[in-house]
Ligand binder design. Structure first.
Ligand SMILES: [Mn+2]
Length: 292
């Protein structure tokens, strides 16, 4: 029996800064790829939380339902911070998919598959202690586990220490957007990294899945098709413009700026750039000047 493993999804219908593609289309394509792959491999899907980027992306939900109906995957998830608003009981994509029977949420009571017992720990929940005498215990969790710091000062639970402390044969982690495979005495702690890279800070990661074979205990990595979809110049332009506007709006709210004379500024700019300004614009500016 095989399991297809996916960490953070972050599927969305909303484009983020500098992405040159349509993220709704990309989200659909990626999920369809995962569902097809699982179908071909006759694998269950384990997903480690943050499947969608926001709890109530109803444009995305429409497409999720279409894909779940079409492919009928056998899918088990845990909850991440992005799956609900502060773990509230308000409607969310995850709750809707669960109530339709499309996904099952894992917890401390193991799901018995023929080959293993599968436990879950959503964001903020305790890590369950495996009770089984079966050969194989699997944990899916959304927790701050990593093999290295992914930003300066990042404090995390070390993946290898996690395996020493928690007696699971396979731990699939979500939360930290980092790709790693750590092993300890033949047991594995893994994170695929995010399926959808929303920020350019994640552009070095290659979206992928793992296939885990419970008999051989082999872990195979497969690529989820993706493109270089970030426009670096656009991001630089947006961020410098944002910063400029931010600095300006802060400055005019302080006592340091007593008065801004827009006409004076305009006159200064005209002097410097008169050759580049059209006649009609200069005439319009002259009119404003004469009214001053
Ligand atoms: Mn996440």
């Amino acid at each position: 029996m095989k399991s297809l493993l996916i960490s953070d999804g972050h599927l969305t219908s909303t484009n983020s800064s500098g992405r040159t593609d349509n993220l709704l289309k990309t989200s659909r394509k990626k999920l369809e790829f995962i569902f097809k792959k699982a179908q071909k491999e006759k694998a269950i899907i384990l997903q480690a939380g943050d499947m969608t980027n926001t709890p109530r992306d109803f444009v995305l939900l429409f497409w999720l339902i279409k894909l779940f109906k079409k492919y009928k995957p056998n899918m088990y998830c845990v909850g991440g911070q992005h799956d609900s608003y502060h773990r509230s009981n308000k409607p969310s994509i995850q709750k809707i998919l669960q109530s339709f029977g499309y996904i099952k949420i894992l917890n401390e009571e193991p799901v018995m598959q023929k080959f293993a017992e599968i436990y879950g720990s959503s964001f903020g929940e305790d890590i369950p202690i495996p009770k089984s005498k079966l050969d194989l215990n699997i944990l899916v969790c959304h927790a701050n586990i990593s093999d290295r710091a992914i930003y300066p000062g990042h404090e995390y639970s070390d993946a290898e220490n996690f395996l020493k402390k928690h007696n699971y044969d396979l731990v699939l982690c979500g939360d930290v957007h980092n790709h790693f495979v750590k092993s300890y005495q033949g047991r594995l702690c893994v994170n695929t990294g995010p399926v959808l890279r929303r920020s350019i800070a994640e552009s070095h990661l290659s979206p992928c899945y793992f296939l885990y074979d419970s008999e051989s205990r082999a872990l195979d990595k497969g690529e989820i098709p993706h493109k270089d979809s970030f426009d670096v110049e656009e991001i630089a332009r947006e961020s410098s413009l944002d910063k400029m506007v931010d600095r300006f709006s802060k400055a005019i709210r302080t006592d340091h700026v007593e008065e801004v004379d827009a006409i004076e500024l305009l006159e200064h700019l005209i002097k410097k750039n008169s050759s580049k300004i059209s006649k009609s614009t200069l005439n319009a500016i002259d009119e404003i000047r004469s009214e001053k």
